[in-house]
Design a protein around this ligand. Structure first.
Ligand SMILES: [Zn+2]
Length: 186
């Protein structure tokens, strides 16, 4: 690859300008070539470990099924819902979390059990909190629909409408209430 053309290059290692002897020379000296080589080795190693992490995260779902305990991350992938949804299921007492040392893990059998429940359970866990501006307080519902305390309580319970709390007030999504009360129930 020798040539008579003078090629001025910037050393990729030290940044100095040098006269390259071949068209593929990238460094100004043997010392820089060695350093550049070591740097490449290092980044190759980093790339390998990055790939290992990636592999870990994209482990086929079939593999996950063989473990008795799963991390929250793995569980979320197994059932294809967000980690937040899993935390919500946990908060509602639907899915126990197990603390092993400092790690939170979930028994796979407990995850399997979720699927014995009504199918909409997971769907409901997906529901993001509704902005309070899009919610009614109990009093607002009673004023709007002239419904008794007891009837309202029953309606919310029977339809499993999620309540949110802010201060002393409980809030429920307007859309759910309107859907139930604005049109007559069967
Ligand atoms: Zn150099």
């Amino acid at each position: 690859m020798s040539s008579n053309i003078r090629i001025m290059r910037i050393c990729q290692q030290c940044g100095k300008e040098f006269e390259a002897r071949t068209t593929v020379t990238k460094t100004c000296s043997d010392a820089c070539a060695k350093r550049a080589y070591k740097a490449r080795q290092r980044s190759a190693k980093i790339e390998i470990s990055t790939n290992q992490v990636k592999e870990e995260k994209t482990k086929p779902i079939e593999d996950l099924r063989q473990y008795e305990f799963l991390t929250v991350e793995e569980s979320a992938r197994l059932v294809r819902i967000s980690r937040r949804s899993l935390y919500r299921l946990n908060e509602r007492g639907e899915l126990p979390f197990v603390k092993l040392n400092r790690r939170t893990v979930i028994r796979r059998s407990d995850i399997d059990r979720l699927f014995d429940r009504p199918a909409e359970l997971l769907e409901k866990a997906r529901v993001e909190p509704v902005p309070l501006a899009e919610c009614y307080t109990m009093k607002e519902i009673q004023q709007k629909y002239s419904i008794s305390d007891k009837a309202l309580y029953e309606l919310i319970r029977r339809n499993e409408i999620p309540k949110q709390y802010s201060g002393i007030y409980a809030y429920v999504p307007k859309s759910r209430i309107d859907q139930l009360l604005a049109t007559p129930e069967e």
